[in-house]
Write a protein that binds this ligand. Structure first.
Ligand SMILES: NC(=O)c1ccc[n+]([C@@H]2O[C@H](COP(=O)([O-])OP(=O)(O)OC[C@H]3O[C@@H](n4cnc5c(N)ncnc54)[C@H](OP(=O)(O)O)[C@@H]3O)[C@@H](O)[C@H]2O)c1
Length: 262
């Protein structure tokens, strides 16, 4: 299916690896131009080169730490300077500590909040006026199903995701007068480097060997496997396309049937 994303300008935060990079890959295949950010410059440039290769698209890599308001502003202004507009924003850069409740320090709670919750709020706020002036835009928040279905030893991640479910709804309401469509995606556990870190922390908190812990954990999954990052990317590209123009203010779960609540 041609999603009609050719030449669209797509900003993706945290796209040097993991889900963000996979999302960028799907948009690149559709012929969209990309603006991507992360903190590690070498990894970001490498990702930009790989994405640009053979696709005939333009990829702008912007080194930015999205816990810093100035860097959020820099990411948006560099994109607008380069491309003149922003069609699509994918808020993705985030991380939250896993582990035993009693061992998570105040700074870990607040760092996770500053990056994932405030980072999404700030980036949306900076991009909004550009979309509003053209009466066109789409924002997708990558959230996480622990927001709806709390997960043992992942308390800090769950509370941010719960807040982002609420934020996504209200941002959609803000956007509807101005042609800005807003949706979220809530992936279940997905095969990225971050997942490997989470396995270490959660197995430690349960007093189990990481390999054994993950094996047992996956046995509780209907499909007995993690999501692949590209599967999240495919959903993001569809939701961002005009094929999904009536999908607004909702959060789509992609977890292989893991979440059972209605
Ligand atoms: N993996 C899962 O199981 C899973 C499940 C549900 C939801 N999610 C959500 O999906 C999103 C991506 O997760 P992932 O597993 O792909 O993570 P990942 O593999 O750790 O990748 C995170 C990306 O964000 C960037 N990043 C981290 N901190 C940043 C900061 N302060 N400023 C700018 N960029 C930053 C990283 O690059 P640098 O480190 O170089 O900055 C990297 O490009 C997150 O919001 C996560 O909560 C993941």
């Amino acid at each position: 299916m041609d999603l009609g994303l050719k030449n669209k300008v797509v900003m993706i935060s945290g796209a040097s690896k993991g889900i963000g990079k996979a999302i960028a890959g799907v948009f690149a295949n559709e012929g969209a131009n990309l603006s991507i950010c992360a903190r590690d410059e070498d990894l970001l440039i490498k990702a930009a080169c790989e994405l640009q290769e053979d696709m005939g698209i333009t990829v702008l890599p912007v080194v930015a730490d999205l816990t810093q308001l100035n860097d959020v502003k820099k990411f948006v202004s560099a994109t607008v300077d380069k491309f003149g507009l922003v069609d699509i924003l994918v808020n993705n850069a985030g991380s939250a500590p896993a582990g035993e409740f009693l061992k998570i320090k105040d700074e870990e709670w607040s760092d996770a909040w500053t990056l994932k919750f405030l980072g999404y709020v700030r980036l949306s706020r900076e991009v909004f006026p550009h979309m509003r002036s053209r009466k066109y835009g789409c924002i997708i928040n990558i959230i996480g199903n622990a927001g709806k279905q709390p997960m043992k030893n992942y308390m800090a991640g769950g509370h941010i995701n719960a807040a982002l479910l609420n934020f996504t709804k209200m941002l959609a309401h803000e956007g509807e007068q101005h042609g800005i469509r807003v949706n979220g995606i809530s992936p279940g556990p997905t095969k990225t480097e971050r997942w490997d870190d989470l396995v270490l922390k959660m197995s430690e908190a349960s007093g189990k060997d990481p390999v054994e812990w993950e094996k047992e954990f996956l046995m509780t999954f209907p499909l007995r496997r993690l999501a692949e990052p590209e599967e999240v990317g495919n959903l993001a590209a569809f939701l961002a396309s005009d094929k999904a123009c009536y999908v607004h203010g909702t959060v789509v779960t992609i977890d292989g049937g893991l979440t059972k609540c209605i």
